[in-house]
Design a protein. Structure first.
Length: 230
């Protein structure tokens, strides 16, 4: 949509009106973040063992030396040769893990694809974040990012779902306290709002310029690298 052409005075009046809304949104966001932090912690009672490039590793191991763990559920089914294009966009927006580590937090990616396929896809895209396979475990089903009515009741984003199946994106947060792992938070809807690229695009007149494929329209690091060689 074309922007209206106006005078400096008109721009300032409109900007001040928008600033008032932005201030209220920031206050609401801070309030929601506080409620998120105050959610009850649920003990994890099931033993989950993942496959890493170095061998088997437990959910507790994924924390490393940290007490907080963020897991991104990357869509990559066992039969696929490559991971989800939209999830690759989210991976491109991961922060520098050293900043998270400074705040006692680890980030790990989990998918159901075999670790050999994960490692190949990861190397192809020049990623260095930790990524493990949950193949053969209940982890994806228990956190409702693999939907199969023959395994668990169909649920996604905390609602019953019909007509959906297979891998879905999501994000889950865990806390380690007194040698016990707790589940503190999960989110599945509009995870792209966490993407810094979108935050910057939202500041521009053209905005996100989204098409029907959403985040999957962005190219992977491997595709950008291939273009640079052409």
């Amino acid at each position: 949509m074309a922007c209206k052409i106006g005078t400096p005075s008109e721009w300032r009046t409109a900007r001040l009106a928008l600033l008032s809304k932005e201030t209220k949104l920031n206050e609401l966001s801070a309030s929601i973040a506080a409620e998120r932090r105050a959610l009850p912690m649920v003990p994890i009672t099931k033993d989950y063992t993942f496959e890493s490039p170095d061998g088997p590793t437990t959910l507790k191991d994924l924390f490393g030396a940290k007490s907080q763990l963020i897991i991104y559920h990357y869509m990559f089914e066992p039969t696929a040769e490559e991971g989800c294009q939209g999830c690759a966009f989210m991976a491109a927006n991961f922060p520098d893990l050293r900043h998270l580590a400074q705040k006692d937090t680890a980030l790990v990616v989990v998918s159901r694809a075999p670790i050999e396929k994960i490692t190949a896809w990861k190397e192809k895209n020049f990623w260095d974040f930790p990524w493990v396979s949950s193949l053969g475990t209940d982890f994806n089903y228990d956190f409702h990012v693999t939907l199969d009515e023959n395994v668990v009741p169909m649920e996604y984003n905390f609602e019953p779902k019909q007509g959906m199946s297979g891998e879905q994106p999501g994000l889950s947060v865990f806390k380690l306290a007194d040698d016990q792992v707790y589940h503190t938070y999960s989110s599945y809807s509009r995870l792209d709002n966490l993407a810094g690229i979108y935050v910057f695009l939202d500041l521009t007149p053209a905005g996100r310029q989204e098409g029907v494929d959403g985040p999957a329209e962005f190219k992977t690091p491997a595709q950008y690298a291939q273009e640079s060689k052409a």
